[in-house]
Design a protein around this ligand. Structure first.
Ligand code: F0G
Length: 451
């Protein structure tokens, strides 16, 4: 039996092609826009490939107790909604997904909302949400017999790609902006055996170089222009819906960089609604760093219809992206769900990250924009106290330990950035202290900290 039920549809001009017809750069030959995966058998209510909602909800839950490898993956557990492979036996998995949904009672209390949760995608095998997309797209690469896979990255995509390629026995090529990614992520690409090239440019420059390379050599591109990445990255939407017993939360808040994740989650919830698994979609809001906010500017100037690239600057290096590939898809998700797109300052990111840390939930700076954004939305009256809100945390705190240590040592922010926020920052800072190796000195340090 062939498990493959998909085709590709251009997001710009609507042209439809089969999966095998996609160009190496995954751009539409007619208009240059990106493709998205669609499943024609789902389109009509009588379509015989159209999944049965009740049966699926039961099956997916049952699989959580299964000992089959594919069932243990939080992506492939939902494989009926991503039939992209000829044979699911070709899936390359590290048992990604099934990530925790944590309540955030302290932040909820401070913000005056009843129900606040963090869906922690940093709890994936390589420490970021990229694993869910990589298991899907790398499996396609393996099924199509590629020997090499490649990506340009701010660090997490490359870590995920290198790991999944290693599992599949494929070679991987990583292009990263020199000196601009966190050490934790660079170390992963090295450890998983990628050919890692640091280019003297930014992320957007790496993307350009790679687009040329894949035209010249048989290398499978695994950046999020690859529509199969988004098929994996839509599955946290299914997990969230399932966790709320198929009553979706009111609001989902997602960081925005290259804008694939918000696009994918939008697609996931849209498909659940279209197939009758949920009654509505949550609002989806996208939060960017102030210095890397092309989508925010696009909404402010062009109602999300057009984008102008920016030169990106932020310490949240994962989202230091000025020319996001999936902006059109993300704008659609925000618009159709009635969400918002806004930005937060470097100081707001640092404080939000430390607040999440103080609740026992570390995350990357790029993930903390979600809490920073929530505070602004709440202050603007855009979120009511009775609403249920989920923050999507995208990366593990250990990815960028330097950032965290600098914050707690007081060396992260410049004086002008900290100015006016000293009280909030001081309340959160926990620098390590040097003490004599005696019980009395340690007890004295505890006493000092309690003051
Ligand atoms: N958070 C983290 C931790 C990320 O690594 C990224 C993107 C994002 C948020 C933004 O997601 O791009 O889908 O809007 N990281 C990329 C990378 C681009 O190369 O690892 P997005």
């Amino acid at each position: 039996m062939n498990d493959n039920l998909h085709q590709l549809r251009c997001f710009g001009c609507g042209a439809r092609i089969s999966g095998s017809e996609a160009r190496p750069d995954f751009r539409c030959a007619n208009c240059g826009d990106l493709f998205e995966v669609e499943y024609p058998g789902w389109l009509s209510r009588q379509g015989h490939d159209r999944p049965n909602p009740g049966a699926l909800k039961w099956l997916w839950r049952e699989r959580r107790c299964s000992s089959e490898t594919l069932d243990q993956s939080g992506v492939w557990r939902f494989r009926e909604l991503l039939p992209i492979l000829n044979n699911f036996g070709n899936a390359v998995t590290l048992l990604e997904g099934n990530t925790p949904l944590y309540p955030l009672p302290r932040a909820a209390r401070a913000l005056g909302i009843d129900q606040l949760f963090a869906k922690h995608q940093g709890m994936n095998p390589t420490g970021s949400f990229k694993d869910t997309g990589m298991t899907a797209a790398l499996s396609v690469a393996r099924e199509r017999s590629f020997e090499w896979v490649a990506c340009a990255s701010t660090g997490n995509t490359s870590a995920a790609m290198a790991a999944y390629a290693a599992r599949a026995g494929l070679r991987s090529l990583v292009l990263i902006p020199e000196g601009k990614i966190a050490w934790g992520k660079l170390s992963q690409a090295m450890d998983y055996g990628a050919v890692t090239c640091q280019l003297k440019t930014d992320f957007d420059g790496c993307v350009k170089v790679l687009a040329q390379i894949v035209q010249e050599a048989p290398i499978y591109l695994l950046n999020s222009v690859n529509p199969y990445r988004l098929e994996g990255q839509k599955t946290p939407a299914f997990e969230i819906a399932e966790a709320f017993d198929w009553n979706v939360p009111d609001h989902l808040i997602v960081p925005g960089g290259n804008l694939a994740n918000s696009s994918a989650l939008g697609k996931g919830f849209r498909e659940l609604r279209e197939l009758g698994l949920v009654a509505r979609m949550p609002r989806i809001s996208v939060i960017q760093a102030e210095g890397a906010n092309p989508l925010v500017q696009s909404f402010a100037k062009f109602q999300g219809e057009k984008i102008e690239p920016v030169e990106a600057h932020t310490r949240a290096s994962a989202i230091r992206i000025g020319n996001p590939a999936s902006w059109r898809k993300a704008a659609q998700a925000v618009k159709e769900t009635g969400g918002w797109c806004l930005d937060v300052t470097e100081t707001e990111i640092a404080i939000a990250k430390a607040e999440l840390g103080a609740e026992g939930l570390g995350c990357e700076p790029a993930s903390a924009v979600t809490l920073g954004g929530l505070k602004k939305l709440r202050a603007d009256g855009k979120i009511a106290p009775a609403e249920t809100v989920v923050l999507l945390l995208t990366g593990h705190t250990l990815k960028d330990a330097d950032y965290t240590i600098n914050f707690h040592r007081g060396t992260l922010l410049e004086q002008r950035e900290a100015s006016g926020h000293e009280q909030a920052i001081d309340a959160l800072r926990r620098d390590a202290v040097s003490v004599d190796a005696t019980p009395a000195a340690v007890l004295a340090a505890m006493k000092d900290a309690a003051l």
